[in-house]
Each structure stands twice: as C-alpha cells, then as structure tokens.
Design a protein around this ligand. Structure first.
Ligand SMILES: Cc1cc2nc3c(=O)[nH]c(=O)nc-3n(C[C@H](O)[C@H](O)[C@H](O)COP(=O)(O)OP(=O)(O)OC[C@H]3O[C@@H](n4cnc5c(N)ncnc54)[C@H](O)[C@@H]3O)c2cc1C
Ligand code: SF4
Length: 475
C-alpha cells in the first residue's frame, strides 16, 4: 500500500470528496482517509432503530446543556444521512459582522464569487427546486399559514431524482433517489484515481520534510502513517478541530482560535400547534424535510424558517405549553391529540457567530461547550416575535422546545477552524490555508465563519470547490 501522496484528505463529506475529485482531475495522487464504512442502497434500512443509526452517525454531547450533535460517519459523510435541503446562502450572509463588529467572512468571498461554485455543485448533485406535488402536507400547511398573513413561502431545493416520498432520507435512501456524494463526486473521484481508505481514523498531523504526515488507526486497530505534500482537513466542525487540538504539540504555531467560535447555524426550533378544524397534516407522510422554506423574515429579522416534520420522540422533550405541565397524564393526552395531525416544527436559521467551543475532554475525545450566553439568549428571544405573531394570527399555539427555543439536537455545526481576514481571529486564511502551515488546508463546515442563513451544506460544498480550485492553481 502506498504511503506517499500529493494530497491526503481527512474526511469524505462535502469538504473532502469535492477537493478529492478536483485534485485528481488535476493529476494529483490523492488519498482520502474516512473513519466510517461504505454504505450503499443495499445496506440501508428503513428504520429509526438507534442501533442501526449508530452505524451511520457520530454523536457528540454538549457538556453544559441537554443537547447533542449529529454528523454523518460513513463514506460520503453527512450527504448520506442528511435530509437533503440544499439552498444557496443569501448575499447578506457574507457581509455579516459579529457581536464585536468584526466582519467574519473574508472580503474576497461574496455570494457573487461563490455563485459559479454553487453552479458546479448543483449540476454535479442534480439539485433542483421541489415541485408542489413533492411538498408534504406539513409544508403545504406551513405555506398556508404564511399566505394567510400575506407572506410568501418557497419550495426548497433538493438533490432528489425520482423520490418516492418514503420519509427515510436520514436513514439512507434505499431507492438511490437521494443524490448523495456516493452518486457523483465519489465515484468520479475513484474513476480519476483517488484512493478512499475507509475505517481509517486520522489521529494526528505533523510536519514532514515535504508536507505533512497523518497518523491513522486502520480497521485492524493498527497505527499507520501516510505523507502528503498537501493535507486537507475535512472531518467536520467537531472532528477537524479535534484533530488539530490533538496535533498541537507537533503544530505549535496553530492559532488559539482552533475549536473556538462554534455555532449551530443560528438554529432555533419551535413547534406550532394548529387550531382545530383544519385537515390533518399527516406528518409521517413525505420526505424527511417538509419541503418548504420562507425568506419572508429575512429582511427584518435576518432569518429563514424551514418547516420540518416531527418524529414521535419529540414528546420526550421538554415542550413548553404556556401554563401547562410538560409531563404527566394531561401532557400525554395532549400529545396524543396533536400528533401526527396538528404539530408543525419550525426550524429557524440565521447568520450568527458562536461563543461555544470544541475541546478535548479527560478521555482525550472531543466535547462541545455550547453555553446559552447572553448574546445567544438575546438572539433567540429576538426571533420569537415573528413566529409568535404567525401562530397568533392563525389561531395556532406556539410551543417552545426547551425553555428558550434552544435546539435539542443539532446537525448544523460550523465555525471551529474558521477562515477570516484577521489572523488573530481566524484559523485559516480566505483560501482555507491554515495560518503558519503552508500546504495544510481546511475545507469543511469548520471553515465556514458564521451561520449560513439556510441549511449549510450547499455553501460548504461550494466553498470546497473554491478551495480546491485555489490549490490546483497554486500548488
Ligand atoms: C441527520 C442530519 C440531517 C441533515 N440535514 C441537512 C440538510 O437537509 N441540509 C443541509 O444543508 N445540511 C444538513 N445536515 C448537515 C450537513 O450534513 C453537514 O453540515 C455537512 O455534512 C457538513 O459537511 P462536512 O464536509 O463539513 O462534514 P461531514 O459531511 O460530516 O463529513 C466529515 C467526514 O469526516 C469523517 N471523519 C471525522 N473524523 C475523522 C477522522 N478523525 N478521520 C477520518 N475521518 C473522519 C466523518 O466520518 C465524515 O464522513 C444534516 C446533518 C445530519 C446529521
Ligand atoms: S423520501 Fe425520497 S430521497 Fe428520501 S429516502 Fe425516500 S425516496 Fe429517498
């Protein structure tokens, strides 16, 4: 087995597989290390059994709040288990300034700059706007609530071809309708000569005479070392900083921002309990996403809202009904009366920077500290008004998940090795190159400096295309 490459990439999600293909097309010898296994249509199950899902997902917990973080842990990363919503970030996202007035995106990156890369991703993954026929009843009802108050709602964009609306997108699509990276970038990268080593968990990066070495634990639990003139970290927003924190001794000039600025894409989740007399939304029907997204609050509140479907397990959470108990017989009877016919989940997203961080715990594993700071609390409470007004105008009830609308599970993690123009406030420059370490890049969700305003994967993917093009042109 070869152990010297032009490029070694850690992680095979959006941030990893996209540069893998582009660099192989530029005649580089590329290796991708992926800790997860290969799952194909034949291996997926239409099941929410946690034992099965634990093969596909890695879960990290928060040390300070009842929330946890999910990410894909298979060849293809999050693209295999995500619910497929792939919209572009609105232009204003790239001008966002944080609580201290710092403009977090590098000046060189704007929506206009990213547009050609968005085009490439959309073409590769066959992303298109859903038709109204593909929007579930939940999505249709959410659009109706908005329409009742004179607001618009768009059909969202998905990489789905011949979708059968079975609703198991997050368990892996057995029909091959979801165009995950396993349908495009990965097979094309393999055909272009990229080697994907699965079941291989990168443990440490160190400088070498030419480039860097990456130590990894293979499927047989043995430690191996490979060398790349270029190394690209694309293990996701929890695991890329984990790898860098683990490598601090061999990379002593890493920024102290590694692991910092953790954010959840400005995610806040609410429930809307519909009034009596409306047709049932039959929330178990349709794909995992309800298929719609509203930009109606973007201008005034800086948020988009995606309607979501709700698993029955939502009732194990502390759902707050004003003046009512969140448990007991009354709660059970209420839950029975609203599920599955009357409960719409509303996922708010918006540009926000994070005050959380990833660190190595006593077991030398990554943990996330994601406190409900004053800034985050203000952000959340600032977003309640429009959704409350929407519910009230429709004689519906607003339900908060957790006392503050804080999310109970988080899938959109960003910012922990962020790019930026200010070396003191960023881990990497605007090309994703890690400061003080030429040839060491980060190209995944960790490099994205703030919430993307919408679901983040299209922006992560477009940015990975952009970084790959920079590497091809300059290395
Ligand atoms: C259930 C779910 C639903 C989602 N739905 C949506 C959606 O509808 N729309 C959207 O835009 N986003 C969605 N997301 C989020 C989206 O999947 C992520 O934002 C995106 O995948 C992040 O891309 P990435 O390249 O940064 O990392 P990932 O896609 O997470 O890829 C990282 C890869 O690195 C591997 N890895 C990690 N550590 C190591 C290591 N040490 N060595 C080797 N390999 C390693 C992982 O196994 C993984 O395969 C969802 C996520 C989940 C979990
Ligand atoms: S809803 Fe569509 S994309 Fe999702 S698993 Fe079913 S067929 Fe696949």
């Amino acid at each position: 087995m070869a152990n010297t490459f032009d490029v070694v990439i850690v992680g095979s999600g959006f941030g990893g597989s996209i540069p893998a293909l582009r660099l192989a097309q530029a005649n580089k010898k590329v290796l991708v290390l992926e800790q997860g296994r290969v799952y194909t249509e034949q291996d997926f199950k239409q099941s929410w059994d946690l034992k099965y899902l634990s093969n596909l997902l890695s879960i990290t917990t928060s040390d300070d709040y009842a929330t946890f973080f999910r990410s894909g842990m298979v060849l293809g990363g999050g693209s295999v288990v995500f619910s497929g919503l792939m919209n572009r970030s609105p232009s204003e996202t790239f001008q966002f300034t944080d609580y201290n007035g710092y403009k977090v995106w590098p000046d060189a990156i704007t929506r206009q700059v990213l547009d050609p890369y968005y085009d490439m991703v959309e073409s590769m993954m066959q992303i298109r706007q859903a038709t109204w026929d593909e929007v579930s009843k939940t999505g249709g009802m959410f659009a109706k609530l908005l329409d009742n108050v004179g607001l618009t709602c768009d059909r969202a964009r998905f990489p789905y071809v011949n979708c059968r609306q079975c609703g198991y997108c997050e368990a892996g699509c057995i029909y091959g309708a979801k165009q995950s990276l396993m349908h495009n970038y990965i097979p094309q990268a393999q055909a272009a000569g990229v080697e994907f080593r699965t079941g291989c968990r990168a443990m440490q990066v160190s400088p070498a005479s030419a480039g860097y070495t990456v130590q990894y634990v293979g499927p047989d639990d043995t430690l191996s070392t490979v060398q790349g003139t270029i190394v690209i970290l694309a293990a996701g927003a929890i695991y890329s900083p984990e790898l860098l924190l683990r490598s601090k001794q061999s990379l002593p000039q890493l920024s102290d921002q590694v692991g910092q600025n953790f954010n959840n894409n400005g995610g806040v989740r609410f429930g809307i309990e519909l009034p009596d007399g409306l047709p049932s939304i039959e929330c178990y029907k349709g794909m995992d996403s309800a298929g719609v997204m509203t930009y109606a609050y973007w201008k005034d509140y800086g948020i988009t809202i995606e309607a979501g479907t709700s698993p029955a397990s939502i009732f194990t959470l502390n759902i707050h009904r004003e003046g009512e108990l969140g448990w007991g017989l009354d709660f059970k009877q209420w839950a029975h009366s609203v599920y599955p016919s009357k409960l719409i989940i509303a996922n708010i997203m918006g540009p926000v920077t994070g005050e959380g961080y990833v660190y190595l715990n006593n077991n030398n594993l990554p943990s996330v500290h994601f406190p409900l700071t004053k800034n985050l609390s203000n952000y959340i409470s600032g977003k309640i008004a429009p959704i409350q007004a929407l519910a009230t105008a429709n004689n519906a009830f607003l339900l908060q998940t957790m006392p503050t609308g804080y999310m109970y599970s988080i899938d959109h993690m960003l910012g922990t090795c962020r790019m930026g123009d200010d070396p003191a406030r960023s881990v990497a420059d605007g090309n994703g190159q890690i400061r003080n370490y030429p040839g060491l890049f980060v190209s995944d969700s960790s490099s994205i400096p703030c919430g993307t305003g919408v679901n983040p994967s299209t922006t992560i993917a477009a940015n990975a295309e952009r970084i790959a093009q920079y590497i091809v042109a300059n290395w």
